[in-house]
Design a protein around this ligand. Sequence first.
Ligand SMILES: [Zn+2]
Length: 78
Amino acid sequence: MTSFTTDTETVLRPTTGDGDHDRFAHYVKKDEILPSTIEGTPVKALCGKVWIPSRDPNNFGVCPTCKEIYEGLQPGDD
Ligand SMILES: [Zn+2]
């Protein structure tokens, strides 16, 4: 049994004016996003990053670590 599921959603890290280098979209489990959006509590991305997410229309690159982990969770198709 794995504790991970594929029920994830990409959430953007908010910009804080500290430069562009750390702006990535991270994957976060959906069941962590809901309480976060209601209560403003931090979420933990698949890569381990913890922050308070905010929806942002800008299109950031996907965090490479999250992407690797997320793709590893997908059922093999070939
Ligand atoms: Zn990440």
